[in-house]
Design a binder for this molecule. Structure first.
Ligand code: UDP
Length: 313
């Protein structure tokens, strides 16, 4: 198939490009590089089955030829990024999603929207099941992301219902792995970066808030399975193993031999107190389940950060 990946030079999307190419597809990656990085796809340069296009999805998709599938992953995706890029975050979720859907309508392509566990906000239902409508602050600092993704889901469902576009919606929970930016603000790269520098890890609040972390290759497998399934309702993809941020910090300090401990800093506004996916739907409808053990995934991620830092001197 010929497949468009929006945000194709990003963390998750670049791993998805690798997977789609390994499966024998032709891939076009579209990115404006505001949070994506050329180095994430540099190893694909020169391949006849891969094309990298620098463009802003908000403006359109300047690529000729028909697509069979569109994986729509373009968006800033870390709390630091989306408050620094509030309008790009809102517009790529709204106008960018519309451009992706219009292209699918024109091409007869199927689209997978990368939505997020953030649609559940600070959840009152735990673990989060797809039927839960969420608890989002519509005017808080995270709303540029949360509400853009909620709108993107609504727009995607409308294109499916009223225009007959084949759509899939994945709600992605916290994901980690190689190619995250050390400075993107998300907790795993931040802690690893600090630990490798021998610094104390910055735990926000009392560190009792929880997240559930999925290794990137598991997520990518879930995206492909969902795209090729018949499931047109939202589907959580994430690892249900939940842990506190203090536990995460201790694990990373142990794994890196960092003796600097932790320091506590204020909790950001509207930081969800807990998060864990209910993955019954993915298990039953997609036969999907995460496979990479947390200690193994963290070890691989640490090794990647070490190698990258060594290469960059
Ligand atoms: N966090 C932290 N220290 C950091 C960065 C993040 O304790 O240096 C916490 C943050 O407050 C949140 C959790 O880690 O409770 C996950 O944050 P992240 O930004 O990775 O993603 P989120 O799930 O909040 O979108």
């Amino acid at each position: 198939m010929r497949i468009l990946v929006t945000g194709g030079a990003g963390f998750v999307a670049s791993h998805l490009c690798d997977r789609l190419l390994a499966d024998g597809h032709h891939v076009v990656a579209l990115d404006n590089f505001i949070t994506g990085a050329r180095r994430n796809v540099a190893h694909l340069a020169g391949r006849a089955d891969f094309q990298l296009v620098e463009a802003d999805l908000i403006e359109g998709i300047p690529v000729a030829g028909r697509f069979d599938r569109v994986y729509h992953l373009a968006s800033p995706a870390s709390p630091i990024d989306y408050v620094e890029l509030p309008f790009q975050t809102l517009y790529v979720g709204s106008d960018g999603t519309r451009n992706a859907l219009e292209r699918c309508l024109a091409d007869g392509a199927r689209m997978l929207l990368a939505s997020t566990s953030e649609v559940y906000g600070d959840p009152a239902v735990h673990p989060q099941v797809e039927s839960y409508w969420g608890n989002v602050n519509p005017v808080g600092p995270r709303s540029v992301y949360d509400e853009a993704k909620r709108y993107a889901e609504a727009l995607t469902m409308a294109f499916a219902r009223y225009k007959g576009v084949q759509t899939r919606i994945v709600r992605i929970f916290n994901t980690y792995g190689p190619r995250m930016r050390a400075e993107d603000g998300r907790v795993v790269p931040t802690f690893i970066h600090q630990a490798l520098a021998g610094q104390p890890l910055t735990v926000f609040g009392d560190g009792g808030q929880t997240r559930s972390f999925c290794y990137v290759s598991d997520l990518v497998d879930g995206l492909v399975r969902l795209m090729e399934s018949g499931l047109d309702q939202p589907c959580n993809i994430g690892n249900p193993h939940e842990r506190t941020m203090l536990e995460l910090a201790e694990h990373i300090n142990r794994s890196t031999g960092n003796g600097a401990g932790v320091i506590f800093q204020p909790l950001p506004k509207d930081d969800p107190t807990r998060r864990r996916p209910d993955i019954t739907r993915a298990r039953t409808e997609l036969g999907w389940e995460p496979e990479v053990d947390f200690a193994e995934g963290i070890a691989r991620t640490i090794a990647w950060f070490q190698a990258t830092q060594a290469a960059e001197g």
